[in-house]
Design a protein around this ligand. Sequence first.
Ligand code: PMP
Length: 287
Amino acid sequence: MIYLNGTFMPIEEARISVLDRGFIFGDGVYEVIPAYSHTPFRLSEHLLRLQHSLDGIRLENPHTNSEWSELLEQIIARNSSDDQYLYLHVTRGVARRDHAFPKGVAPTVFIMSNPLLPPPAELLATGATAITAVDNRWLRCDIKGISLLPNVLLRQMAIDAGALETVLIRDGFMTEGSASNIFVVKKGLLLAPPKNNLMLPGITYDVVLELAEEHGIPHEVRAISEQEVRAADELLLTSSTKEVMPITRLDGRQVGGGVPGTMFALFYRLYQDYKDKVMRRGAVHTP
Ligand code: PMP
């Protein structure tokens, strides 16, 4: 069951106009929110980022946070999996094709849910393979826009190379992955690139840095050069659906010892514990 412009319906019945600006121009933004045991994870942070994305494209938020929360709760209840990932999408609506913003047009609001499966244990045991590529996206990668063509092409480069993710390098520095944030570990120090217009401010990225702070794990947020990525002891990939994952091969070469490292093991455990803690608290609001 999905939600489209005020109505819940089976996904097969959902229809939008071919003139929707999301379809014509990729003129919209989205969020992906994991829900564990029927409870959205870090919901207020996701809704804050949604607001940032909407502000970035100058589109008024069609809902208050409590309305979003209610809609998401409804979608979760109408889908059966315990753990789901919620996809929420807002476009500038339907209008005659013209680049300029239309006036008086209602936005299109779409929400769907899919089962959220944890990353396969064997992948976590061996670690993922990644390649690098030049980050050829625009200069507002902090907006979670639905115009994902560059990310699609960059991710496909990884798939074509038999890899999981493409680590992006812009002007000699690492920005993020095509659909994830990337951390570097060197000599026991966790390094994260600073949030700016060149990367998506990941919700999982924030959780990792909060956990580092809370548990006194040495960490630094600063620009990370391509050389530092290539000389890393460990590379960690984070995203709402992949959580924390080790990258053990980059461009066909081993990362560190070529197996998941101790920093990965530590953050994997801390992340699972954090999820459990938050979800137990969240469970108060759900049956
Ligand atoms: N960067 C990009 C480009 C992404 O697509 C994603 C995943 N949506 C992330 C980073 C990770 O963000 P989050 O932890 O909020 O899923």
